[in-house]
Design a protein around this ligand. Structure first.
Ligand SMILES: C[S@@+](CC[C@H](N)C(=O)[O-])C[C@H]1O[C@@H](n2cnc3c(N)ncnc32)[C@H](O)[C@@H]1O
Length: 465
């Protein structure tokens, strides 16, 4: 049914014209149709292609803010204000309300090119979250999102449908529809300005993402911003400050060859955040990291120390922490496996023989910490062992070995959280997995593989100490 998607895109283009959305002739909206459906569950996806070479500075779209679906522009604006809905729940009501209006909505042709939902983890059954995301950086966040969104619906949306005064069609405001609206907000909304907040920006939301290699950015139209909006004769001009533009623009920031896809960026985000917010992920993402929870370190320390000793050392480390800007109870492992300096300090404190720990005073530890930060003591790559005043004990090879072993144990413990299969199993499963028919498994495997490779890098890093 390729015709269904073409008709929908044609309808959207007509809508853009009549709503002042300018789309350059140099780009084409391409719909990739899977050909099965003519109903409202959109069976195609859209991407943007360059029809001719695009060069830096070219403007490919100009979008009036009034054409964006926001809590200010929706027909449900009064209701949202009266119910004092803000943020996600306000915008979700705007979307659900416009959907409930059907063809009477100002955004009807726009809403028709949107998918009914984006399959982000928020929409996955808990058993899929627990299985596919187990051990990953977003396992807990996905579980929490589900709980929070349900609470939001009960607290803010259910009272609206229960109240006779709003006369809402309750079928469009169910928990399922609310989650669907939230998934669209998560995957497609943009921050517009202070007045509109964030909202749905037609056309801008048809560009796919490419990590650190985007071609376009969405910006405010700076000329208009300087010119001000005061001459616009509509009620909204009251709300639009002199310095706020009435338009947004898609501007080319990196040239595109004719015939290739034009990408936006959804930010400098790693695989975990891409999957959580947008429902997809990409291989080899340089922004990926893994965190090691403090609880894992405490658990590991119980194999070396009594719980009293462990608490004492933790107390000292916490005191040291007050002087650093590390204020979380987890430690980042970078893409190449390098652990955060704070973790090295903690492992150092935990690994010291009891007598040496007792001998140590604050200054000595602080200096040792500084040495760790400056790659003087523990970091691999010989020749960097300047004899600092505190490095004598910490740099002893026994202590190095102990810290290295601790890192490997932590890597093993972190790895265990993934539950099923080895890294090699995951790689083989990914090779067999179909991105189109099994997207949840496919993108979860990409995430697991990326994180487990970082843990592998941590092991190599530890061995180099
Ligand atoms: C803002 S929309 C982009 C337009 C979208 N392709 C459409 O059909 O409407 C964001 C969604 O597009 C998809 N997407 C964007 N970039 C992608 C990529 N690099 N790989 C796979 N899917 C992507 C994801 O489903 C994401 O939630």
């Amino acid at each position: 049914m390729a015709a269904a998607s073409s008709r929908t895109v044609r309808g959207f283009k007509r809508w853009m014209k009549s709503n002042g959305v300018e789309c350059s002739d140099a780009i084409l909206l391409v719909s990739s149709d899977d050909g099965d459906s003519v109903d409202s569950s959109r069976s195609f996806s859209i991407y943007v292609k360059a029809l001719c070479d695009l060069k830096e500075g070219d403007v490919v779209a100009r979008i009036p803010k009034q054409s964006c679906l926001t809590v200010r522009t929706t027909a449900a604006c009064g209701l949202i204000e009266e119910a004092q809905l803000v943020g996600n729940s306000g915008l979700a009501v705007a979307i659900m309300y416009e959907l409930s209006l059907g063809a009477r909505s100002k955004w009807f042709p726009y809403l028709q090119i949107l998918p009914p939902f984006e399959d982000i983890p928020l929409l996955w059954p808990i058993k899929d979250i627990d299985y596919l995301l187990s051990g990953t950086e977003i396992h807990q966040a996905a579980r929490e999102d589900k709980t929070l969104v349900y609470q939001d619906w009960k607290e803010y949306i259910k009272p609206l449908i229960d109240s006779a005064s709003y006369e809402l069609n309750s079928n469009f405001f169910t928990l399922e529809k609310y989650c669907a609206a939230r998934s669209l907000i998560s995957s497609r909304s943009f921050q517009i300005d202070e007045y509109h907040g964030f909202g749905m920006v037609p056309l801008a939301d048809l560009f796919n993402h490419k990590t650190a290699a985007e071609n376009v950015h969405l910006t405010l139209d700076s000329d208009d911003a300087e010119g001000g909006m005061e001459s616009v004769d509509d009620s909204d001009s009251f709300w639009t400050s002199r310095n706020e533009s009435a338009f947004m623009e898609m501007i080319v920031v990196k040239g595109v060859k004719a015939g290739t896809e034009v990408f936006n960026t959804y930010g400098s985000v790693g695989t975990a955040a891409l999957l959580l917010r947008y429902g997809f992920s990409e291989p080899d993402n340089p922004y990926d990291i893994v965190n090691v929870d403090l609880n894992l370190v405490i658990h590991w320390s119980s194999s070396l120390l009594t719980s009293r000793q462990s608490r004492k050392r933790l107390r000292l480390w916490r005191k040291l922490k007050q002087h650093s800007n590390h204020d979380t109870d987890y430690f980042e492992i970078s893409h190449d496996g390098e652990p955060e300096a704070e973790l090295m300090t903690l492992l150092h404190v935990m690994s010291l023989p009891e007598k040496e720990f007792d001998d140590l005073d604050h200054d000595a530890i602080s200096a040792a910490e500084e040495a760790v930060r400056e790659n003087l003591v523990f970091f691999p790559g010989g020749g960097n062992e300047k004899k600092s005043k505190t490095s004598k004990k910490p740099s002893s090879s026994l202590l190095r070995q102990a810290v290295g072993k601790a890192l490997v144990s932590l890597a093993d413990a972190r790895e265990d959280l993934y539950g099923w299969g080895s890294l090699d199993d995951d790689i083989r499963s990914l090779e067999r997995c179909c991105q189109v028919s099994e997207p949840k498994l496919y993108y979860s495997l990409l995430l697991r593989i990326s994180e487990r490779r970082i843990i592998q890098n941590l092991r190599s890093w530890a061995k180099g100490i």
